[in-house]
Structure formats: structure tokens, C-alpha cells
Design a protein around this ligand. Structure first.
Ligand code: ADE
Length: 262
């Protein structure tokens, strides 16, 4: 009888939605599509209005979700995710606007550190970014939130082994460094140049630093993976529509490579 009970507990543990899972999050349907297609024995559960897909990718237990666009949606999704699934790590996958003149559509940016470029103070001298605030209200001294070093190292290691989809006839290059997050789709030459100059940011997007902040608060190792769909310049919307599909695929391919190394 005792053996039966222990066996039952092990069975429930291994089939439970909260069994040691790696969370993989994107903001858009395209960003998680190939992951959902590749998932073995996927099960859909809804929590807090969000569909979570549990199953296996590359032999690892995962939970995949679409977080929605922007810092509010992605923060809410991260909170619901972490409360319900207790992930052991989080990988964000998706597209971004390249800011480094070298980071062209298709290129991959691994976010080593994240900054919210629209969190700060505005006064008569203009707008100044502030370090993020702790949950208890305390000011954090740093402007940047750092990704987990081990996940960054694994991302870099696997990026050299991935067969990325060529975009505009070029094989994607891989960069790692700063990603600047804000609640705006940047499609403006001057703003793009300013984000590059002020933060040394290689890319801009709308979720990474928010997710990073929550993961840091909760002590969950994370990494933000982005593939450039555009250059955040005056032509960004056109390029985004053109490249969001293949860029999403390349980012997701890297995620599959990272999972193989975990
Ligand atoms: N995601 C993809 N391209 C972007 C851009 N130009 N600005 C913000 N988020 C993006």
C-alpha cells in the first residue's frame, strides 16, 4: 500500500503542471508558433485569462505562453506564470528593432542587460531615466537588470551551432549586450539613434526589461532572446511586417538550441 501511495505521488508530480518547468514566453502568436508546433504531448490550460501550453521541447519540460505586447501585459503574464507554474528559468523569445547600425533585420540579439528607457522623471530640463524600483518601494541603484550569466553563455554557445533562416539573402549575425525596453514601437531615426547613444542598446522592444525586473524580484534565472525584424528607424513598420515571421522563427530556433544545452 505504501509503495502504491509513493508511486501515485511520483506520477502526479511528473504530470503536474507545476513540475520543474522552463518557461518560454513570446509577445506575439508568431513568436511562439514554431515552439507550439514542435511541442510533444502539449496540454493547454488557462490561468488568469492566459493560455499556457505545457509539454516537452528537446526533452525538457516547458510551459509556453503568449504574454501580449508591452510592459503591462508581459508583467501581468509573468506574474500569473510564476504564481501558477513556478518555473525554474524563463527564456523570452521574439523580435526587436535593431539599434546598432550593424544589427540588421534577421540578426540576433542576446540581452545581457535590460533597461526600461521610459521609466523615469520629467522636469524642466527634460526626461531622465531612473533606476527601477523594488516592490517595497525602495530605489534600486542600478539602471540595468542583468540576465542570468549561465543562460547568456548557453545562448551564445548554441547560437554558433544553429542553422538560422537567411533574411534578405544574409545569414543572421549574433550580438549580445544591452536591450532597451519601452511601451512604444520605435519607428523614428532620431529616437533609435538616441537609444543607441544613451544606453549603448543594440536593440529595442516592448517587454524584456519588465519581465527581467519581475524575474529578478522573484529570483528566477532568465534570458531575453531577440531577432531583429527592423531597425527602429522611419521605415520600421514596413520592415517589421516584412520580417516578423522569419525573425520570430530564428529567435525560436535559438531557444530550441538553448534547451538542448540545459
Ligand atoms: N519590436 C520589433 N520592432 C520593434 C520596434 N521598432 N520598436 C519596439 N518594439 C519592436
Amino acid at each position: 500500500m505504501k509503495k502504491l501511495i509513493i508511486g501515485f505521488i511520483i506520477f502526479i508530480g511528473s504530470h503536474s503542471v507545476i513540475a520543474q518547468r522552463i518557461a518560454i514566453m513570446g509577445a506575439l502568436d508568431q513568436e511562439i508558433a514554431i515552439l507550439l508546433d514542435s511541442m510533444k504531448s502539449s496540454k493547454k490550460v488557462n490561468r488568469g485569462g492566459i493560455d499556457f501550453y505545457t509539454g516537452k521541447l528537446k526533452g525538457k519540460k516547458v510551459v509556453v505562453l503568449k504574454a501580449g505586447v508591452g510592459k503591462v501585459n508581459s508583467s501581468y503574464s509573468t506574474a500569473v506564470l510564476t504564481e501558477n507554474f513556478k518555473p525554474i528559468a524563463l527564456i523570452f523569445t521574439g523580435v526587436a528593432g535593431g539599434l546598432d547600425p550593424e544589427a540588421l533585420p534577421g540578426d540576433i540579439v542576446i540581452g545581457e542587460k535590460l533597461v526600461q528607457f521610459d521609466f523615469g522623471q520629467i522636469d524642466t530640463t527634460g526626461f531622465k531615466v531612473s533606476p527601477f524600483r523594488k516592490l517595497n518601494g525602495g530605489r534600486h541603484e542600478e539602471l540595468f537588470v542583468y540576465s542570468d550569466q549561465n543562460l547568456v553563455a548557453k545562448s551564445l554557445a548554441s547560437s554558433s551551432e544553429i542553422d538560422f533562416e537567411p533574411i534578405s539573402g544574409r545569414k543572421p549575425r549574433v550580438f549580445s549586450g544591452v536591450i532597451a525596453t519601452g511601451d512604444v514601437f520605435v519607428s523614428n531615426d532620431e529616437k533609435a539613434a538616441m537609444l543607441y547613444a544613451e544606453f549603448g542598446a543594440l536593440a529595442t522592444e516592448m517587454e524584456g526589461a519588465a519581465v527581467a525586473h519581475i524575474c529578478r524580484t522573484l529570483g528566477i534565472p532568465f534570458v531575453i532572446i531577440r531577432s531583429c525584424s527592423d531597425n527602429a528607424n522611419n521605415n520600421a513598420r514596413v520592415n517589421f511586417n516584412q520580417f516578423v515571421g522569419p525573425a520570430s522563427v530564428n529567435s525560436a530556433r535559438l531557444v530550441l538550441g538553448i534547451l538542448e544545452k540545459l
